[in-house]
Structures are given as structure tokens and as C-alpha cells.
Design a protein around this ligand. Structure first.
Ligand code: FAD
Length: 551
């Protein structure tokens, strides 16, 4: 039965990486009534749980929202697929499982921007609280938390060779990108337990599901907020072809991610007023920063044909070897089916004088035109490289007032000189890697971008051709106190009471690495702030902006 006619203490919109954390933590007190709404279904598809199943769940409308960007000028007007999880666990159910937190400096920068309580020393306890590190706890890692983190269960000759190649370029070996120093080359750790994916639906929601005070509604598409003046008091969602109303006497927490959180606020009348009026939406509160500040990591997928049949492309062409992989996984939870999206990671500095790495490699001992499209029929590997702190900023805009219609996504990749220069530098760095004594004997030819791109201008053209999202959109409801900020440093929406955003959209700047662990940290920290503020009655922020009208 839908959750109509009942008032909840907390309503959480939706069950993604951060949303499942919030559902678990906020429902820990049996006296608190919590409603969790999720547009997708349950995580029953077995491919969600088998790590390599990532290739089956992205670009699958049962589990992926299946977004596409608008034609992007920076990529020669190409439009990219932007997968986002649409299932319990959200993107943590369909992501590449790579466990990376970012650099201490990322969070210290958030604090320097005026966000109290978000420096590295402040957020480290939340990373640790979340973590169940297979290697045990230490100063940087936690054990016994809901999110399993474990070593990769597959190693390959070509991956070891890439690590040797990086060492030749002066990049130290590393077996922990989340310890003291991020710089290094080594194997990723995965969010997995016993070879199976640990999404936040598995780690956080499963243990809480039986709680009588937690109500979980799936296939519930949340449409808009109900506001009384500048106070959020409930919301409307669609389920089974009908509209339902849910009332909230405490707080509504948006955790729809960097695309859906702004997309949900705007039809509710909260957003840039000119844009809302243009779409025929009555303005409840003018917040110009909603949907702005969109950031993503752009991967340049450099593909190299190998001189030896040492890649997974070779193994996958052979039906007997494919069968053996299935048996190995079924019996030992090892081998290629246990692999995440990439095996080897390199965090490197493109200039020795840099304090911290500015590029990251995702090394894959296989190649494809795009993940999910089948591997190439020849021996090849991908050295995908991305700039860690891009300057380009895009935006999310509504196409119409209809909350069911997908928004327009404008990433505006490579729209700054710095990003264009970095793209050229990254491709050149990759070529140097392939020319090392260790790796050169394995390389037959550069397949993408290709040897025809020689001058800097040509290399930039090549980069535009091979560029893809690495699925890290953030920043569209940014935290801060400036005129573009959407939430304050306790994640309360400026000018609206009883409403917070707690997901990857609140990051003022993108973290230097993969974004799932930071989204989970945000969920952990948000839940503490919400519970603290419930004690002190601080859920309603000061009205920072004049001009917001009640509707
Ligand atoms: C294909 C892919 C691979 C990735 N690989 C990695 C990786 O290997 N490592 C890493 O660290 N990060 C990776 N990421 C990024 C990482 O997973 C995300 O940054 C993170 O999951 C974002 O968490 P979130 O809570 O902000 O949003 P999400 O986890 O996306 O959650 C949003 C939830 O909101 C739901 N929702 C949205 N709108 C509505 C609505 N109107 N009504 C109801 N429900 C709604 C969605 O269905 C979803 O469940 C990857 C992402 C993708 C898509």
C-alpha cells in the first residue's frame, strides 16, 4: 500500500549511493518513521551482483536511466551516453566497483571555500565508519563498516607490465590509493565482498530492511515537493500509474544524484527563476545555482593493439576459455568475472613540481569502442586517462515542466584552455608510458587516438574523438554560501526549511578520483548532521535570499 495519509519524520528521495546510507542511519532509532522512495526496482538482476555484470547493467533500461547528453561543442558535437543507476543502490549497483576516495586536498579545499566541517580531518572518520576493509583497520581505514572493500581477485601479466612501465617513469608502486599518498601505480581495490558487489543496497539497506519503521517504496517516481510558504512539508510521487502524496513532519532529504536532484527541485519551483518562468513553472524560490556547476571527469580512451595475445579480448574469443571463466567464478569467485571496470590505477603528476597527481589512469586489459558494446576482435588494451580537476563547468536544464521528461545535460567538456592543454598532455604522457622498456615490447600500434595525430592541435582533435564520460557527474546543487550555492555546509537548501540535499550533487568541486566513496561519505556525514540538528531544532536554515515566494 502506498505511503499516503501518514506523516514521516524523514523522507529520503532516493535509494542511491548516499540515499541507502541515509535510510540505514536515520531509521536506526525505532521511534523514527522513515520513507525511502526509489524510481527503480529491486536489485534482483544477478548481473548487478557479479562484478563483471557492470557491462550488462549499464545501457540496460531496467537498471540504467539511460541518459544522453546534448551535442557537446567540446567533443565535436558528439552526444554521450550517461548511465545512472535506476535500481536500489542507484549508481553503486551498476558502477565499476573501484574504491577511491580522492585527495586530502580536495576536502581541505571545500573547507577553505567556507564549508565548515568538510576538511579532510573532518571527513576521514566518515570514510572509515563506512568501510569494512578486508586488510583490517589502520589510521586511514576502517573495518566492520557496511561497505566492503577488498583486493582485486584477478591479476594479469599485461597489468603487471603497465605497473613496471609507470615505475620507469618515476611513479612509485602503490597498493593503497586511499592512504597517506595518492600518487602511485597498482591494482585498484573494489567495493566487493567474497567476489560479489557491495552496493549500498547490499551494505546498508539489506541489514535495515526488516525494520518496521523503515518503509521502502520502489518504482516510485518522485515528481515534486509540497511547500507551505518556504517549508517543505511533503511530496508527490507516481507509482503504478497513480499520484500519491507523502507528508513529512521532519525533513525531506534529496539524494537523487547530480542529474536528478536539480531536475526534481526545478519542477517544484525551486531554481533559477528566469529558467523556471521560461518553462511555465511558478517560482517558489529563486536559487540560480541549481543545475549549474556541473563537473565530470572526461576519460580519453587510448587503445593500443598488443603484439602478444595477452589481453582479455583474446580470452573472450575462445568459447572454452569463456566457459572456464564462468566455472572459476562459480567455484572460487575469482577470475575475469570478479573484475571491476578496470584493474590497474595510476595516479600521476604531469609535472614533477606538482604537489599532488593531476591525472588518473584506468588500465583495462581489454578494449571496446564503449563499455557494454563487446570487446574488439583483436588483441588490445585500454589506457584510459583523465584530468583529475577539470575547470570546465556544464549545466542541467529542464526541457519542460513535466517532471517525467529527461532534462537537457550540457557537460561543456574541454571548454577551458587548461582542460584542452591537459588533454594534449595526457595523450602525450600515455605515449611515453607505451614507449618504456617494460611496455614497448607488448605494443603493436596505437589504435586510438592513432599515430596520425601528431601536433598539439591534432592531438587535441584526437582527444575530442576518443573522449567519453567516466561517469562522475557532480556539483549541480553545490554546497557553499555564495550566490551560486544551493545548500549550506549542513546541506540545508538555502531559503527552504525541512529540505536537504545529500548526494554527489553537493560537491563544490569534483574530487580527484572516483566518486562513489565520497558520495557514501556525504550520506554518512549528512545523517549525523540531520540527527544532531533534530536535537537542537536547527533543520530550518536562515533565509539567505530575499525574493523567494511561497506558493
Ligand atoms: C556506469 C558507472 C560506473 C561508475 N564507476 C564508478 C567506480 O568504479 N567507482 C566510483 O567510485 N564511482 C563510480 N561511478 C560513480 C558513482 O557510482 C557515483 O558518483 C555515485 O554512485 C553517485 O551517488 P549518488 O548518491 O549521488 O547518486 P546515485 O547513486 O546515482 O543515486 C540516485 C538515485 O536516485 C534515484 N532517482 C533519481 N530520480 C528519482 C526520482 N525522481 N524519483 C525516485 N528516484 C529517483 C535513482 O534511481 C538512483 O537510485 C560510476 C557511475 C556509473 C553510472
Amino acid at each position: 500500500m502506498p505511503a499516503e495519509g501518514q506523516a514521516f519524520d524523514y523522507i529520503i528521495v532516493d535509494a542511491g549511493s548516499a540515499g541507502c546510507v541515509l535510510a540505514n542511519r536515520l531509521s536506526a532509532d525505532p521511534a523514527t518513521r522513515v520513507l525511502l522512495l526509489e524510481a527503480g526496482g529491486r536489485d534482483w538482476n544477478p548481473w548487478i551482483h557479479i562484478p563483471v555484470g557492470y557491462f550488462k547493467t549499464i545501457h540496460n533500461p531496467m537498471t540504467d536511466w539511460y541518459y544522453r547528453t546534448e551535442a557537446d561543442p567540446g567533443l565535436g558535437s558528439r552526444s554521450l551516453q550517461w548511465p545512472r543507476g535506476k535500481v536500489l543502490g542507484g549508481s553503486s549497483s551498476i558502477n565499476g566497483l573501484l574504491y577511491v576516495r580522492g585527495q586530502a586536498q580536495d576536502f581541505d579545499q571545500w573547507r577553505q571555500m567556507g564549508n565548515r566541517g568538510w576538511g579532510f580531518e573532518d571527513v576521514l572518520p566518515y570514510f572509515k565508519r563506512a568501510e569494512d576493509q578486508e586488510r583490517g583497520a589502520d589510521a586511514h581505514h576502517g573495518a566492520g563498516g557496511p561497505l566492503a572493500v577488498s583486493d582485486i581477485r584477478i591479476r594479469r601479466e599485461i597489468c603487471d607490465v603497465v605497473i613496471d612501465a609507470a615505475e620507469e617513469l618515476g611513479i612509485p608502486r602503490s597498493d593503497d590509493f586511499n592512504g597517506i599518498d595518492q600518487e602511485g601505480a597498482g591494482y585498484f581495490q573494489l567495493t566487493a565482498r567474497n567476489g560479489l558487489r557491495c552496493s549500498t543496497a547490499v551494505g546498508y539497506l539489506r541489514p535495515a530492511r526488516a525494520r518496521r519503521n523503515l518503509r521502502i517504496e520502489t518504482h516510485a517516481l518522485v515528481q515534486r515537493l509540497v511547500l507551505q510558504g518556504c517549508q517543505a512539508t511533503g511530496l508527490i510521487y507516481e507509482q503504478g500509474g497513480r499520484e500519491h502524496a507523502a507528508q513529512c513532519r521532519g525533513e525531506i532529504i534529496l539524494a537523487g544524484g547530480a542529474i536528478n536532484s536539480p531536475q526534481f527541485l526545478m519542477p517544484s519551483g525551486i531554481g533559477p527563476q528566469d529558467h523556471l518562468r521560461e518553462k511555465g513553472i511558478a517560482v517558489a524560490h529563486d536559487l540560480p545555482g541549481i543545475g549549474a556547476n556541473l563537473q565530470d571527469h572526461l576519460q580519453l580512451r587510448c587503445v593500443y593493439k598488443t603484439s602478444r595475445p595477452v589481453t582479455l579480448n583474446d580470452a573472450l574469443r575462445n568459447p572454452l576459455r569463456r566457459a572456464a571463466m564462468g566455472i572459476e567464478f562459480a567455484l572460487a569467485r575469482k577470475g575475469p568475472l570478479s573484475m571491476g571496470a578496470s584493474q590497474v590505477c595510476i595516479f600521476a603528476k604531469t609535472e614533477a613540481a606538482l604537489e599532488t597527481p593531476d591525472i588518473q589512469y584506468h588500465v583495462q586489459p581489454w578494449s571496446a569502442d564503449s563499455p557494454g558494446e563487446g570487446t574488439h576482435k583483436f588483441s588490445a588494451m585500454a589506457l584510459s586517462v583523465c584530468q583529475l580537476r577539470p575547470g570546465s563547468r556544464g549545466q542541467i536544464r529542464l526541457k519542460s515542466a513535466n517532471p517525467g521528461e529527461y532534462p537537457a545535460i550540457h557537460p561543456r567538456y574541454l571548454s577551458t584552455e587548461l582542460d584542452r592543454r591537459m588533454a594534449v598532455t595526457a595523450v602525450k604522457f600515455t605515449r611515453r608510458l607505451t614507449e618504456t622498456r617494460a611496455l614497448a615490447p607488448y605494443i603493436a600500434a596505437e589504435f586510438r587516438p592513432g599515430p596520425q595525430f601528431v601536433s598539439d592541435a591534432e592531438i587535441l582533435d584526437g582527444a575530442r574523438e576518443v573522449a567519453q564520460t567516466i561517469y562522475h557527474p557532480v556539483g549541480t546543487c553545490k554546497m557553499g554560501a555564495d550566490s551560486q550555492a544551493v545548500v549550506d555546509d549542513r546541506l540545508r537548501v538555502h531559503g527552504i526549511g525541512g529540505l536537504r540535499v545529500a548526494d554527489a550533487s553537493i560537491m563544490p568541486t569534483i574530487t580527484s578520483g572516483n566518486t562513489n566513496a565520497p558520495a557514501i561519505m556525504i550520506g554518512e556525514k549528512a545523517s549525523d548532521m540531520i540527527l544532531e540538528d533534530a536535537q537542537t531544532g536547527a533543520a530550518v536554515p536562515e533565509l539567505r535570499q530575499a525574493g523567494g515566494q511561497a506558493r
